[in-house]
Write a protein that binds this ligand. Structure first.
Ligand code: SF4
Ligand code: SF4
Ligand code: SF4
Length: 257
């Protein structure tokens, strides 16, 4: 009896490719994974594209054009499981900053002939368009978390990705809290774990590139930031960096506009 191997596809929408590079960066682990699955569609890694359906689709990037809004429907139809990877795919990415401004004005500033550009007024997460089976956060994603997600879906179990905040990782590293000891603004209390608290470990406040944690208390953190004399527009900017279209961060940013 011949066993068919699960088929993996990787898709790109509006993004910088950084999250796909995290997958390529898995090196040795990727070779082991490649022994267990068929990488059927991964344009960044191979020109050999096999037709769907696919067992697992990893989707990078946000929806910013009418064409991509249609294409993601087709990707969903071809995929048994669909997992979004990175801040662009899970929260609109840095390009969601357009959602708060006039995108036509941006186009007029950036392009010599803006009438050739066809784009939507917003950048939205994949989950705003199709059903998503799991969202992996980060800008870029953590490659070890990505491997855990791939292995979990291949074994038909839920990925073991901690939903707690960066503060927990910060404490596990034994860091003193720089918000308390140095009065540095830090989004760690509301930001999803995954980076190992890199920034506070180097005396820099977290700016939330992993997006909102589960049940983030943004009002409480905002009150702390106000006590540190962070001006309202700066608090709005903090919440609107890489995950501007994540509902919790969007609402927190709007409250300080
Ligand atoms: S989440 Fe960040 S690293 Fe990943 S594709 Fe978007 S901009 Fe690039
Ligand atoms: S420095 Fe930031 S991440 Fe670390 S404990 Fe303090 S608030 Fe949390
Ligand atoms: S900004 Fe926050 S989530 Fe991103 S790497 Fe720094 S500490 Fe981690």
């Amino acid at each position: 009896m011949t066993m068919t191997r699960p088929r993996l596809a990787v898709w790109k929408f509006a993004s910088c490719d950084g999250c796909q590079l995290s997958l390529l960066d898995c090196e040795d682990e990727l070779l082991a994974v490649a022994g267990a699955i068929d990488i059927a569609n991964f344009a960044e890694a191979s020109r050999d594209i096999l037709p769907g359906p696919y067992d697992l689709s990893l989707v990078e990037g946000s929806i910013t054009t009418v064409h991509d809004a249609e294409r993601i429907q087709e990707v969903r139809r071809m995929s048994k499981y669909l997992v979004t990877i990175g801040a662009c795919a899970t929260a609109g990415g840095i390009q969601a900053l357009r959602n708060f401004q006039d995108v036509k004005e941006f186009m007029a500033i950036v392009y010599a002939s803006p009438h050739y550009i066809s784009t939507l007024a917003t950048s939205t997460p994949i989950a705003d368009h199709v059903r998503v089976d799991f969202e992996l956060r980060g800008c870029p994603i953590n490659k070890h978390q990505l491997l855990e997600v791939i292995i979990a879906f291949l074994h038909r179990r839920r990925p073991a990705i901690s939903a707690h905040s960066v503060c927990i990782e910060c404490k596990l590293r034994g860091n003193p809290c720089i918000m308390v000891t140095q009065k540095i603004a830090c989004l760690g209390p509301v930001t999803h774990a995954g980076c190992g608290a890199i920034c506070p470990s180097y005396n820099r406040g977290c700016y939330g590139c992993y997006g909102p944690m589960e049940s983030p208390n943004t009002e409480s953190l905002s009150a702390w930031l106000e006590k540190l004399d962070v001006a309202a527009p700066d608090i709005a900017r903090l919440f609107r960096s890489y995950n501007a279209a994540a509902p919790a961060f969007r609402k927190a940013g709007d409250r300080h506009e």
